[in-house]
Write a protein that binds this ligand. Structure first.
Ligand SMILES: Cc1cc2nc3c(=O)[nH]c(=O)nc-3n(C[C@H](O)[C@H](O)[C@H](O)COP(=O)(O)OP(=O)(O)OC[C@H]3O[C@@H](n4cnc5c(N)ncnc54)[C@H](O)[C@@H]3O)c2cc1C
Length: 458
């Protein structure tokens, strides 16, 4: 399934919002409503079974296939990413998509709209509303302005400032992001986005500057007041131990009353990840706060000290799966289910095997009368949409089987927002990530082509 803003044309053409809900939520009513009101090419032949991609528009299917072909062709990929990187790093007005209308007209509909939420409040609202009508429980919205990842030697010694404008603009960007999400949604926070002085404090394991603490108080209190949540992204190892420490301080302060307002991010590719999670469990148990964990594999393998990371992909996979299993079954070594602290688990990733394993275990535990921690799943907008679709379909069948919507998996889409220029580095990373997952991409393209053939009866 491809879940991007191009699907919006379905929504725009539909006469009644209530009918849209029915389109996405009720598979049985879907085909008739779709054929009547929106995408004529989605009409299903009675002999053909709808696939899990049935919610997607044909325009979107085609775009996913085209982008998939680019990502899986070494030649097209090489030149495509070289162009994107050049634009992302250029200071020239001609290569600035916010200033050059022609460049923007090329990048925005084909790439930006595929991966990003929008450039302004109206575009973003349309995207978020649309995703929710599709059955997503919520979204994670991230303000795209960032300083690019850098080695610590590259951090020069910036003079300390009384009032750091980078922190002010980072705070304002995050507050603006909070303004655009709803209760239950998340805002993703990246500490290094607060500028070089904050990055330097992280790299040198210092305490956060008072201005950053004040900014985080504003952001956390705002999020709590409106019922939204925050997660703190994991970054390079040069920053991460301090990010963990600052995040624990926030969780201690705000994750009271058995709820995780703030979640930390754990990178399972690190050899130290099990030890880190054990220490966090011990600390939350000792101090009585809820541990919010977003579990990822880790995104910086290309730039990290390799010896810190598991030697093989299989070891990273095993580590990710074992942490998810131990947290869900409250069987982390050193703990019993009785003294296990309250946790909330967010599984972020595109690996279908890990997702299926965790979802199955969670369902089995519930059926056995156990009380596993709540679990949420998140994929990036424009990526692994077939997996998001599979999770949504599991929700459809699980709710139908039990008549209890609470057993459906809680599925989220995570996306950046900002001007096309501000999102360029993010887009380069997405392109690279898609290419490094080329085999998965090939199978996704295969599934999409099959769905397209089904629709055109070929
Ligand atoms: C919603 C969301 C939020 C995210 N937030 C963050 C974040 O805050 N911080 C962050 O670092 N990443 C983050 N990521 C990215 C994530 O860490 C992964 O890079 C990405 O999701 C791809 O991994 P995967 O779990 O989807 O599965 P796969 O594609 O199956 O796994 C790929 C991953 O396996 C690991 N790997 C690959 N080859 C090897 C090898 N030879 N040896 C050891 N390990 C290997 C790497 O971590 C690689 O990224 C996020 C991803 C999502 C979907």
């Amino acid at each position: 399934m491809n879940i991007t803003k191009h699907n919006l044309f379905v929504r725009k053409n539909a006469p009644l919002p209530g009918q849209i809900q029915a389109i996405w939520r009720s598979p049985r009513r879907q085909s008739s409503l779709v054929s009547r009101h929106s995408d004529a090419s989605s009409v299903e032949s009675p002999k053909q079974q709808p696939s899990q991609l049935h919610r997607i528009s044909t325009v979107n299917l085609v775009r996913n296939i085209v982008l998939g072909k680019v990502f899986t062709s070494p030649f097209l990929f090489k030149y495509g990413v070289a162009c994107l990187s050049k634009i992302a790093n250029s200071k020239s007005a001609i290569l600035d998509p916010d200033k050059n209308a022609l460049l923007r007209a090329l990048i925005k509909p084909m790439i930006y709209d595929h991966f990003c939420a929008g450039t302004n409040k109206l575009e973003i609202k349309r995207t978020l509303d649309y995703l929710k009508t599709m059955g997503f429980k919520g979204v994670i919205l991230i303000y795209s302005k960032e300083i690019p990842a850098m080695p610590v030697e590259a951090l020069n010694d910036p003079e300390p400032l009384i009032q750091d404008e980078d922190i002010d603009s980072w705070r304002d960007g995050n507050v603006k992001t909070l303004d655009m999400v709803e209760p239950g949604d998340y805002v993703g926070i990246k500490f290094t986005g607060a500028g070089p002085r904050v990055a330097q404090a992280l790299a040198q394991d210092r305490d956060p500057p008072q201005q950053l603490l004040d900014a985080m108080s504003i952001i956390c209190e705002r999020a709590a007041a409106q019922g939204s949540r925050l997660w703190i992204d994991a970054e390079q190892q040069v920053f991460q131990p301090t990010i963990d420490r600052w995040t624990i301080d926030l969780m201690r302060r705000y994750n009271t009353h058995n709820q995780a307002l703030v979640s930390t991010t754990l990178q399972a590719y690190l050899k130290s990840s099990r030890t880190t999670v054990k220490k966090m469990l011990q600390q939350s148990h000792r101090e009585g706060w809820t541990l919010g964990i977003k579990l990822v594999r880790g995104a910086y393998i290309g730039s990290e000290t390799r010896s810190l990371i598991h030697d093989t992909k299989t070891q990273t996979d095993d580590c990710y799966n074992s942490i998810a299993t131990d947290l869900l079954s409250k069987s982390f070594p050193g703990f019993t289910p009785q003294d296990f602290p309250p946790i909330e688990l967010f599984l972020a990733g595109h690996n279908s095997e890990s997702i299926r394993k965790a979802y199955t275990l969670h369902q089995n535990l519930l059926q056995n009368g156990d009380t596993p921690p709540p679990i949420k799943f998140g994929q990036l907008l424009g990526m692994a949409d077939d997996i998001s679709g599979e999770l949504l379909a599991m929700g459809d069948s699980s709710s139908q089987a039990t008549e209890n919507p609470a057993t459906a998996p809680m599925v989220y889409k995570c996306m950046n927002w900002g001007s096309v220029r501000e999102c360029m580095h993010y887009l380069v990373r997405r392109a690279t990530e898609n290419q490094s997952a080329a085999s998965r991409m090939e199978s996704t393209v295969g599934v999409m082509q099959k769905e397209l053939r089904r629709r055109i009866g070929f």
